[in-house]
Design a protein around this ligand. Structure first.
Ligand SMILES: NC(=O)c1ccc[n+]([C@@H]2O[C@H](COP(=O)([O-])OP(=O)(O)OC[C@H]3O[C@@H](n4cnc5c(N)ncnc54)[C@H](OP(=O)(O)O)[C@@H]3O)[C@@H](O)[C@H]2O)c1
Length: 436
């Protein structure tokens, strides 16, 4: 199904939410009303009109589309589309009008299933910020085959989870193949975050995942499976589980703590390898952790973070404690970090790949670094998601798949790095050992 004749390039679904507003603001600032044909969508026309007014006030009129099209000529003219996550007809009506639906309506396990089904049926490309592995597995099982028939690229995880890990690994492996003639057998990621905070919607998604896990043994099994997102034929193969306690990265002289997103990013990177046809080998290993530094302070921080995460996971697994935390302690949907926190935070993901080949029997090491100059979950995520949508809309993808339930690396690939250039999210790669 061709999406070339669609009325819009991108419809931003959930533009009224905390993250949705940030994506709207980002697209308005980068593309205005005329460099991208886009519309705002959600369940309340009044709230959508507020968002439109606010982006028009912040970014001017967005230029003039003098090409005879019906495209909005200024940000104040952006179309507003209404619907409801549980009203399939309204979602069909949106999906059939656009080349891409870019959605921030989460928890996705609660609000996302009908939208994915609508996009699959209409051959509409789709990108989201889901880190809900059990739900991603559900969409793979229910929709991957049909999406390959309709040509819908359904790409989950287009934010901080999992673009840096997934597209960063693709960059590293592409560099290794081009420069050293072979891939790396293993990639280990170290994540550093300065500042940052969670929004209510992210917390709601996390709480919902624990709630579903408590109620359903199959969900628990999927969440514990490091190959949960692999294609069916490779699901049983061995793979390491995310780090749980304090760790030590000897090559990089640092203590490490479990990284909460590793449970999402690690299966996503494995799915990318599978969907790309195992270019990195069937025994490729990927793992990531939080860098806490060297010395006593680094060890103590790693210990405290490991214990804290263990306690939180324990509390969220116990029904009454989970409900009390959700109700009285954690932020509500719609809330999130303030502008100062978003602008004043940053992240760095350092991926280190190692391997050996006939040509380089002594081994080689390649490092890719992904940096964001704003907080990872919102300031940088809205850029990664917005540019993923633009890549999908313009066909700027390097993917062996014309459709399917895909990952950022296998569904969009390296063109996303080019689109992100100059936005504050950067990717670098170099051979650090064994390149001669
Ligand atoms: N992966 C990452 O790096 C990352 C980063 C940030 C966020 N996220 C994820 O993004 C999602 C959104 O987070 P958030 O903090 O932005 O959430 P939020 O502020 O609570 O926004 C949720 C949005 O969903 C809409 N919505 C709720 N019920 C709906 C329905 N029945 N039909 C249509 N729309 C409905 C809300 O509309 P109203 O305004 O009308 O209520 C709002 O626009 C979460 O799943 C979160 O985990 C992921």
């Amino acid at each position: 199904m061709s999406t070339h004749d669609r009325e819009y390039d991108v419809v931003l679904w959930g533009a009224t939410g905390f993250t949705g507003r940030l994506v709207a603001d980002y697209l308005a600032g980068r593309y205005g009303a005329t460099d991208l044909d886009w519309a705002l969508a959600g369940r309340s026309e009044d709230r959508l009109a507020d968002v439109r007014e606010s982006v028009a006030a912040d970014h001017g009129d967005g230029g003039d589309a003098d090409d005879g099209s019906e495209q909005a000529e200024s940000l104040a003219d952006l179309d507003l589309l209404t619907g409801d996550a549980f009203d399939r007809d309204s979602l069909d009506a949106i999906a059939e009008r656009t080349a891409v639906v870019c959605t921030t309506v989460g928890p996705y396990a609660t609000y996302g299933s009908e939208l994915v089904a609508a996009c699959v049926e209409h051959g509409t490309n789709y990108c989201d910020l889901s880190g809900e592995v059990h739900w991603m597995r559900r969409t793979i099982d229910e929709h991957h085959d049909r999406a390959t028939e309709t040509g819908a690229r359904i790409v989950h995880g287009c934010g901080f989870d999992s673009v840096p890990s997934d597209v960063g690994t693709l960059l590293l492996q592409t560099h290794a193949a081009e420069e050293l003639g072979a891939h790396c057998d293993e990639v280990r990621g170290l994540v550093s975050i300065r500042g940052g905070a969670f929004s209510g919607g992210t917390i709601a998604s996390m709480v919902e995942m624990y709630r579903e896990g408590a109620a359903d043994r199959d969900v628990r099994r999927i969440l514990a499976d490091p190959r949960a997102l692999d294609p069916p034929e490779s699901r049983g193969a061995p793979a390491e589980r995310p780090q749980r306690g304090v760790g030590r990265d000897r090559d990089r002289d640092t203590w490490t703590a479990p990284f909460v997103m590793a449970q999402i990013n690690e299966p996503v990177v494995r799915r990318s390898n599978a969907l790309l046809g195992y270019p990195w080998g069937h025994t490729f290993r990927y793992g990531e952790a939080l860098r806490t530094g060297d010395g006593v302070k680094g060890a103590a921080t790693a210990g405290a973070l490991a214990a804290g995460q263990g306690l939180l996971a324990g509390a969220l697994s116990v029904g009454p404690l989970r409900e009390a935390l959700d109700r009285y302690v954690l932020p509500d949907p719609g809330d999130g970090p303030d502008e100062e926190t978003i602008e004043g935070s940053s992240f760095e993901v350092r991926l280190r790949g190692t391997g050996a080949s006939e040509e380089h029997p002594g081994g080689y090491t390649v490092e890719a670094t992904v940096r964001g100059d704003r907080d990872p979950g919102y300031g940088s995520t809205c850029r990664m998601l917005g540019e993923s949508a633009v890549c999908l809309a313009r066909g700027e993808v390097d993917s062996p798949h014309d459709g399917g339930v895909l990952t950022p690396a296998s569904g969009i690939g390296l063109p996303l790095i080019d689109r992100l250039e100059g936005t504050g999210v950067s990717f670098d790669v170099e051979t650090v050992e064994g390149g001669d």
